[in-house]
Ligand binder design. Structure first.
Ligand code: HEM
Length: 187
């Protein structure tokens, strides 16, 4: 059995966890703003600069933040009374985070990198390139969905829903029997 962490250690871990979560969400929003800027420009050099910036945000902010938020989240579970499988919201959060990381690593990241490579290779013809338009669309839709998922993870963390229908049903049954008892006592 693992010993529980000192309260200060827990607070430090939570600080690290929240900072990483903020950086991940902030990085996702930055990518969306830069992708929007892509649509507004007709200048090849500017387009290259935006796509290169997207790649830098992905490499320097999003990837490290994803790793740090997952690692600190897991440590928070293991080293405190939260536990890894004691609460369903933590299990759901863990699976959704894993899904977000795998999707980012195998699809979204490579699409965003491809945009940067394509504009580096040809800054002007890219405006009429069907392949570029398709990769842009895939990257933009996936970035929006990924950012929405991160907001969802944040909401799950704050509200900590039980995701347990049986428990809310039995709670309702307890209230029902209380009301029945009171009305029987009155009559
Ligand atoms: C493997 C993945 C993750 C695990 C196991 C995990 C686990 C946890 C745990 C146990 C807490 C409670 C800490 C405490 O109060 O002592 C927490 C808090 C929190 N987590 Fe995560 N987390 C993970 C990923 C994420 C991600 C990806 C985000 C957001 C992008 C996130 C956002 C938050 C927030 C905002 C809180 C603070 C909630 C509050 O204090 O009300 N977590 N997490």
């Amino acid at each position: 059995m693992l010993q529980h962490a000192h309260p200060t250690t827990r607070q430090i871990l939570k600080c690290i966890h929240l900072t990483a979560a903020c950086i991940w969400i902030g990085g996702g929003l930055t990518v969306l703003v830069l992708l929007h800027n892509d649509r507004l420009t007709r200048n090849g050099d500017e387009l290259f600069a935006f796509n290169h910036a997207i790649r830098s945000v992905d490499d320097c902010l999003i990837k490290p933040a994803a790793v740090v938020s997952s690692a600190s989240g897991l440590l928070l579970c293991v080293l405190t009374s939260w536990g890894l499988a004691r609460h369903r919201w933590i299990v759901v959060k863990g699976f959704l985070t894993l899904g977000a990381i795998l999707f980012g690593a195998f699809y979204l990241g490579p699409w965003l990198r491809e945009l940067s490579d394509m504009t580096a290779a040809n800054r002007l013809a890219i405006f009429d390139d069907g392949d570029y338009a398709r990769t842009y669309l895939l990257g933009a839709i996936s970035s929006i969905l990924q950012t929405l998922l991160l907001f969802g993870l944040m909401l799950i963390s704050i509200f900590k829903p039980s995701f347990d229908q049986k428990r809310s049903f039995s709670r309702r049954k307890t209230w029902d029997s209380c009301f029945a008892f009171i009305s029987r006592a009155k009559s």
